[in-house]
Design a protein around this ligand. Structure first.
Ligand code: GUN
Ligand code: ZN
Length: 423
């Protein structure tokens, strides 16, 4: 049976970085049927066209596409908010010991379940995650995503150097394991496998080349990795790859730069790297709570003019599971660079922008006819502080912005996955 949802239904008919706020539209109603958006319009017209539909009235709540988290490490769920280190120390002190525990498939399954429960409670309906080097950590992720009916992306994190014993594979085993996981999961229901070398410091040139070969054999997959997050990391890459022109070249030289490449962070880029990313049609993902938490730097949102830019929590380097909090951090970081992002741009980044960075913009990230019906219902007065700030709001964006800046999981009133009410 079709469902007719009433509320403030937010859709984008374009990119607000090009079109400005008029890229967004608010309608009174949306109809979902057989997992997809069937119609968007006025309450009266949709009631007349779909007289049999079951009606749910969400009042003044915002009905949006669910949030899309374009870069997350689900195995780092339990180490979120670990105190005080630079990236490389943080990896060695917290991340690698925690990822080691994923050798136990039961632990991987437990954390995957917990991660999805947290993500959904925060209104995140799709995510692109790193697993650990253990193939069973990929199975755990996809099994939990499948059980919830989600569109989700992930891959086995590959590392064959500069990681502790027990967290290293080899060029060959990374290729073989990734290939087997890809064959098992890619394209199954709503799941996509992502080829995932962690970053150049933890892969030998042989392993990067093996990942490039696997990607050439499976060109419709995404490939994700990290790029230019911290200055000392970049100096390390220069030492490890003395022949390379720059950090991006360590990927490009091994077949890991083209459309479908998704680079996390991408903060300290040279003009040449920016130009190559744009020519190649690659995506970059802004992880603002992580970049401030680990002290990495201030992302240049000017890149949104020439690149696909997604938004992400980067949990557990990031300090929140909430894409609302992530939008707020993105706003703050842009302010520090003299860029004032409009709320429509922030919301677009967290939905359609991230979907586009993952080349899934026709399936998820927007309320458009034919798109998959993953929806989040947002209470725009979820706490006393937010409620009083919205009282005098004129127009949708004044009403939404306090929730962006002050909101969290308390603002998430309901989540629909593929046209079914999940929570
Ligand atoms: N660079 C390589 N691995 C990681 C990671 O797990 N988190 C972050 N923030 N950066 C990385
Ligand atoms: Zn990351």
């Amino acid at each position: 049976m079709a469902d007719l949802l009433l509320g403030q239904v937010l859709s984008f008919n374009g990119d607000p970085f090009g079109l400005g706020p008029k890229a967004a539209r608010v309608n009174e109603a949306v109809v979902v049927d057989q997992g997809r958006i069937a119609a968007v319009g006025s309450a009266a017209s949709l009631r007349a066209t779909f007289p049999q539909a079951r009606v749910t009235d969400y009042g003044q709540h915002l009905i949006s596409a669910g949030f899309v988290d374009a870069h997350v490490h689900y195995p780092q769920t339990a180490i979120i908010a670990s105190w005080g280190k630079r990236l490389i120390d943080w990896l060695n002190q917290y991340t690698f010991p925690e990822e080691m525990r994923f050798a136990d498939p039961a632990y991987a399954a437990e954390v995957a379940a917990r991660y999805f429960d947290l993500a959904l409670a925060h209104g995140t309906t799709s995510m692109c995650s790193y697993a650990t080097i253990h193939p069973a950590s990929v199975d755990a992720f996809f099994e939990q995503a499948q059980a919830r009916g989600l569109r989700a992306f992930a891959g086995k994190t590959c590392m064959d150097r500069n990681a502790p014993e027990g967290l290293r594979d080899t060029a060959q085993s990374a290729y073989d394991d990734s290939k087997a996981l890809l064959a098992k999961w890619h394209g199954r229901e709503r799941l996509s496998y992502v080829i995932t070398p962690r970053f150049s410091p933890t892969s030998t040139p042989e392993q990067l080349a093996a990942m490039g070969a696997l990607w050439a054999e499976n060109p419709d997959c995404l490939m994700q990795t990290h790029l230019s997050e911290q200055t000392d990391e970049i100096a390390w890459v220069k030492d490890l790859f003395p022949q390379s022109r720059d950090y991006l070249d360590t990927y490009e030289a091994h077949g890991l730069l083209r459309e479908g490449a998704v680079y996390g962070h991408a903060i300290h880029l040279t003009p040449h790297e920016k130009a190559r990313l744009a020519q190649a049609g690659a995506s970059v993902v802004h992880c603002p709570t992580s970049n401030t938490f680990i002290g990495s730097g201030l992302f240049d949102m000017g890149l949104a003019q020439s690149l696909r830019v997604g938004l992400a929590t980067d949990t557990g380097g990031g300090s929140s599971f909430s894409m609302l909090r992530t939008m707020a951090a993105s706003y703050e970081v842009a302010q520090l660079r003299g860029q004032a992002l409009h709320p429509s741009q922030l919301w677009w980044l967290a939905t359609q922008g991230s979907a586009r960075a993952l080349r899934a913009e026709h399936q998820i990230g927007n309320i458009a006819v034919g798109a998959e019906a993953d929806l989040v219902v947002v209470n725009l007065a979820s706490t006393p502080a937010i409620e009083q700030a919205t009282r005098r709001a004129e127009g949708i964006w004044q009403a939404v912005f306090p929730t962006i800046m002050l909101g969290d999981d308390r603002a998430i009133d309901a989540v629909w996955i593929a046209g079914r009410l999940l929570l």
